[in-house]
Design a protein around this ligand. Structure first.
Ligand SMILES: *[C@@H]1O[C@H](CO)[C@@H](O)[C@H](O)[C@H]1NC(C)=O
Ligand SMILES: *[C@@H]1O[C@H](CO)[C@@H](O)[C@H](O)[C@H]1NC(C)=O
Ligand SMILES: *[C@@H]1O[C@H](CO)[C@@H](O)[C@H](O)[C@H]1NC(C)=O
Ligand SMILES: *[C@@H]1O[C@H](CO)[C@@H](O)[C@H](O)[C@H]1NC(C)=O
Ligand SMILES: *[C@@H]1O[C@H](CO)[C@@H](O)[C@H](O)[C@H]1NC(C)=O
Ligand SMILES: *[C@@H]1O[C@H](CO)[C@@H](O)[C@H](O)[C@H]1NC(C)=O
Ligand SMILES: *[C@@H]1O[C@H](CO)[C@@H](O)[C@H](O)[C@H]1NC(C)=O
Ligand SMILES: *[C@@H]1O[C@H](CO)[C@@H](O)[C@H](O)[C@H]1NC(C)=O
Ligand SMILES: *[C@@H]1O[C@H](CO)[C@@H](O)[C@H](O)[C@H]1NC(C)=O
Ligand SMILES: *[C@@H]1O[C@H](CO)[C@@H](O)[C@H](O)[C@H]1NC(C)=O
Length: 450
């Protein structure tokens, strides 16, 4: 009993005679979103996405368990999908985008999970946000958020290559290799019993998904399918990391990965990372991230990756994000953002040639790797140029610690209390006097050498 969703009508009576750019069709169990190239179903009760097609190709495959779906989960069980989501369909007056905001309020605990997805007329991908809240003044602190992740989890032979970035990629281990794998430890297998497997030939005798994890400088990571059989078409599916400011841990934090699933990790405790303590009043919106689909005649892995990486820019689509901000509670629109610039007089010697010092703005008063200690903190970074200058745009108003670190220099430059105001530039000029390390690594090494 499918029917066209009536939202676009109202002020838009001619809608019936115009092919809608983005259509939303409701059935008793699903909403089906589609534009001319992308179509997907959202399950009303859970918010899970299925039956995702791009340009006529099935990108997720059939549902089997959790596979064949695009969804968010919480392995640390601090938040929960209730299977009783309420949903709001939203759209632009001209029909050039539509979206869904799904809300799971676990009323026995007081937690709130909101996932929102937006599809634009002319784009081959979905914009994703996740809001997590905890509203219970009489309830206990829920402890560390731990892992929160949104996953593109296909169940399809289409996808044969795992792509972390332009340097780290490999064919996924084949079925025979997986059948003969020997578990070594958690999430780690020996595959040396199938030496001709394409993964073993290119990558290693051992497999762990953490081989395919990148730090948060990542621009896009995903899955690739080369031409096969009679088809000359290559396919790609990518999480574009177009915004990093709502993640935690700064540029060095490593957990954006692909292992057959493409993960968008909002938070993790992998590698000893800090994640926020969920106490009453916690409310954070992560995103946007863009799940992007592409294809090309004989396109190489690097060509499709580069096509995805072009969108990994916080300026990209900022006007669209401002337009949908009224529906994405917690998203910081342009009106609350300013810019930052700095000139740091760098140490004259010591910086490893060919490397660039990095400037990071993150939670005030703590190391940026611990910025989750302030669950309201945002984070930004960019390399300094050779003269020690850096610009960072779209910084949310607030008070930050500026950190500069460089390969070859012991310790960091830090400056607390850097205030960024909406609509203004904050400029810092300072001199980095490196800490000395008497008896440190250099001295120890020379003693050893002697
Ligand atoms: C949608 O997915 C379900 C479960 O995998 C499958 O049974 C159904 O045929 C799919 N529908 C379409 C239109 O592809
Ligand atoms: C499901 O959510 C609705 C509100 O959206 C609420 O009225 C209803 O009690 C909930 N049902 C269950 C089983 O939690
Ligand atoms: C869910 O909880 C939030 C926070 O308490 C509240 O603002 C919102 O109205 C609730 N939504 C639903 C659908 O119950
Ligand atoms: C708050 O937490 C307490 C203890 O877990 C629970 O009994 C109560 O139902 C929660 N209240 C709300 C409004 O979620
Ligand atoms: C979270 O905060 C509560 C309340 O301040 C505190 O008791 C608890 O130890 C904290 N937990 C973690 C994991 O930091
Ligand atoms: C972060 O990742 C990039 C891309 O993989 C890499 O070039 C860089 O060295 C990494 N930084 C650190 C500190 O590991
Ligand atoms: C792929 O390329 C080959 C060689 O040019 C051609 O014979 C074949 O028809 C092409 N297949 C498709 C589906 O275009
Ligand atoms: C869709 O597929 C057709 C051929 O089947 C191709 O010509 C076209 O470029 C594809 N569109 C995109 C956006 O990849
Ligand atoms: C794709 O590559 C095949 C094999 O090299 C070639 O025969 C075919 O012409 C190419 N097709 C296109 C559209 O470039
Ligand atoms: C920073 O922005 C200023 C003003 O737009 C520009 O002149 C300068 O080249 C930029 N510096 C860097 C390091 O990007």
């Amino acid at each position: 009993m499918a029917r066209f969703f009536a939202l676009l009508v109202g002020a838009f009576l001619q809608a019936a005679t115009v092919a809608l750019a983005v259509s939303v069709v409701e059935s008793s169990t699903l909403y089906t979103f589609s534009n001319p190239l992308v179509s997907f179903d959202v399950v009303k009760t859970t918010g899970y996405i299925r039956n995702l097609t791009f340009n006529g190709t099935d990108y997720l495959g059939p549902v089997s368990g959790n596979a064949g779906q695009l969804y968010t989960d919480f392995p640390s069980a601090v938040f929960a999908i209730t299977n009783n989501a309420s949903s709001q369909i939203v759209s632009s007056p001209t029909g050039d985008w539509a979206g869904i905001v799904l809300t799971d309020n676990a009323t026995d605990v007081g937690t709130l999970v909101q996932r929102s997805w937006f599809l634009r007329e002319s784009e081959t991908g979905l914009h994703s946000f996740l809001r997590l809240g905890y509203y219970n003044t009489s309830g206990p602190a829920l402890g560390s958020l731990g892992e929160s992740r949104t996953m593109f989890r296909p169940n399809s032979p289409l996808w044969t290559y795992l792509v972390t970035n332009g340097n780290q990629w490999a064919p996924a281990p084949g079925a025979a290799a997986l059948a003969d794998e020997i578990q070594v430890q958690d999430a780690t297998w020996y595959l040396g019993q199938t030496p001709d497997d394409p993964y073993v030939v290119q990558e290693a005798d051992y497999w762990t998904k953490y081989q395919f994890a990148d730090n948060q400088t990542n621009k896009a990571h995903g899955l690739y399918s080369p031409p096969s059989g009679d088809s000359n078409t290559s396919y790609g599916a990518w999480w574009v990391v177009n915004q990093k400011d709502t993640f935690f841990g700064g540029p060095l934090h490593i957990d954006l990965m692909v292992d057959g699933i493409i993960y968008n990790k909002q938070s993790t405790s992998h590698g000893g990372a800090t994640s926020p303590n969920i106490t009453a009043g916690f409310d954070r919106t992560f995103g946007p991230q863009f799940l992007y689909f592409n294809q090309g005649a004989n396109a190489t892995l690097h060509e499709l990756l580069a096509d995805a990486e072009q969108y990994a820019d916080p300026e990209w689509n900022s006007a669209f994000y401002d337009e949908i901000a009224p529906y994405v509670v917690g998203y910081a629109p342009s009106s609350v953002r300013g810019t930052f610039s700095a000139l740091i007089h760098l140490p004259c010697t010591g910086i490893v040639p060919g490397t660039q010092p990095m400037a990071v703005l993150a939670a005030n008063g703590v190391h940026f790797q611990d910025d989750a200690f302030d669950p309201t903190a945002y984070q930004y970074w960019a390399p300094l140029d050779a003269t020690g200058r850096v610009n960072i745009s779209r910084v949310k108003e607030g008070t930050y610690r500026l950190t500069v670190y460089a390969d070859g220099i012991f310790g960091d430059f830090t400056l607390d209390g850097v205030v960024v105001r909406a609509g203004q530039n904050t400029h810092v000029e300072d001199t980095w006097v490196p800490e000395s390390a008497p008896g440190g690594y250099g001295a120890l090494a020379s003693r050893r050498a002697g």
